[in-house]
Design a protein around this ligand. Structure first.
Ligand SMILES: Cc1ncc(C[n+]2csc(CCOP(=O)(O)OP(=O)(O)O)c2C)c(N)n1
Ligand SMILES: [Mg+2]
Length: 403
């Protein structure tokens, strides 16, 4: 990738103006302020300027090897997932979805890291990783089906290696470590054949780090030298609980006491997220043991469509993080690389088309057979479940609400 010299761009000037707000210290957020002095891998500044500090050369080399088409894909998919998110919020408001979990603001952390996960690797997400999902072939409508309640999971993890969403915080991290321990026992790590090796990555939030499951997972991974990456998306809020109430040290250091080293990455910098995930997943696959990445980012929207964040956080804080928008920042970078308007127009049009398709697909979904609620509770028939099924069937028949 050849870096071109900076050119004057209107959007860049606007971004710079906003950036001046960054440096107003937010006392409450002392150690999550990117200016706090904590080390952080950043390859793309908020102004969209690409540079690699000497100590981070190994990450820069990964970006240097990306083609123009790969660089464009990162943009295309960040824009795609944001548009999808906006449409999903609208669909929920129109009564088409029971709930929606927005990931706006976290696109770089998800698309960047997602594309760095290898073709044999397994991914254990929480419930907000829609961006990671699309980098591994999960169809967007599958995610919506689950949020509409027409099935229990949405996709087949055997096909995508992207496991089902976990709503109970931190549980997926233990599942992931268990899987990683199995991978090692199967001799699929450090075989010196990169085609064979595989690793595991688990995504979880800042709030989930306070769960006992996550501490247990870190310890099991460390003592068993399991091939797993712990990927924390620190969006700084766990519903209404701020990061201050979850930790006394920066989260990239959370694994240290267990023996799991870590790194903080600018979670709004798609190139840093890609490079760090790629570098450390490659290492893990070849037998280096577990590693932890903290992607420092921000949840721009509500926790879910059932939440009202204006009740617990200031507009000023949200504005500061909007100015660090991962997509806008990357657009400035691409334009500097010589990517012109026609590409961005094409992406915008693809977004309109996606919105239309998603609506058509949602409206075409029928109601699932009522029995499905009960069918997967136990592997064998159970008299109590049969009783409940019969009761619900009679109730629905009486109400005439389920054909
Ligand atoms: C064990 C458990 N406790 C509480 C909840 C309720 N809950 C759902 S999401 C959430 C906040 C999680 O925050 P974080 O881990 O930072 O992830 P984010 O939602 O910000 O992506 C809570 C408390 C839950 N799902 N599971
Ligand atoms: Mg959070």
């Amino acid at each position: 990738m050849a870096t071109k010299s900076p050119t004057a761009l209107t959007s860049e000037v606007m971004i710079k103006r906003n950036i001046n707000q960054f440096f107003q210290p937010l006392a409450r957020l002392a150690f999550v302020n990117p200016k706090s002095g904590e080390p952080m891998l950043q390859l793309l500044s908020p102004e969209g300027v690409y540079s690699v500090e000497k100590e981070f050369t190994r990450y820069g080399s990964i970006i240097d090897s990306l083609s123009e088409s790969q660089l464009k894909t990162l943009y295309r998919d960040m824009a795609r997932i944001r548009r999808f998110d906006q449409e999903a919020i609208a669909l929920q408001r129109q009564g088409q979805l029971g709930l929606w979990v927005p990931a706006i603001g976290q696109e770089a952390a998800q698309i960047g890291s997602g594309y760095a996960v290898g073709k044999n690797d397994h991914i254990f997400p929480s419930y907000r990783e829609h961006g990671v999902a699309i980098t591994h072939g999960v169809e967007l409508i599958s995610i919506l089906k689950m949020m509409r309640g027409v099935n229990h999971g949405g996709w087949n993890p055997e096909e995508t290696r992207f496991h089902l969403y976990a709503i109970v915080l931190g549980t997926q991290v233990l599942h992931a470590v268990g899987y990683a321990m199995g991978v090692k026992l199967d001799g699929k790590v450090g075989t010196s054949n990169p085609e064979e090796d595989l690793a595991v990555i688990s995504y979880f939030g800042d709030g989930a780090t306070a769960e006992g499951d996550v501490s247990e997972a870190l310890l099991f991974a460390a003592v068993n030298e399991s091939p797993i990456m712990f990927f924390i998306q620190n969006n700084q809020w766990a519903i209404s609980a701020n990061i201050d109430s979850q930790t006394k040290v920066p989260l990239y250091r959370r694994g240290e006491g267990f023996g799991v080293p870590g790194l903080r990455v600018d979670g709004n910098d798609v190139l840093a997220c890609y490079a760090a995930t790629k570098y450390h997943m490659d290492q893990i696959r070849s037998g280096s043991g577990p590693y932890l990445l903290e992607a420092l980012t921000y949840r721009i929207g509500a926790h879910t469509t059932s939440d009202d964040p204006t009740k617990y956080r200031s507009e000023e804080e949200v504005e500061i993080w909007k100015a660090r928008d991962p997509i806008k920042r990357y657009e400035v970078f691409l334009r500097r690389q010589g990517v012109d308007d026609s590409f961005f127009e094409e992406v915008a049009q693809a977004g309109d088309k996606l919105a239309e398709e998603i609506r058509e697909q949602i409206f075409a979904l029928g109601k699932p057979p009522l029995e499905h609620i009960f069918d997967n509770v136990y592997s064998d028939p159970h008299p109590e479940i049969d009783k409940q099924k019969a009761w619900l069937r009679a109730y629905e028949d009486q109400m005439g609400s389920h054909e």
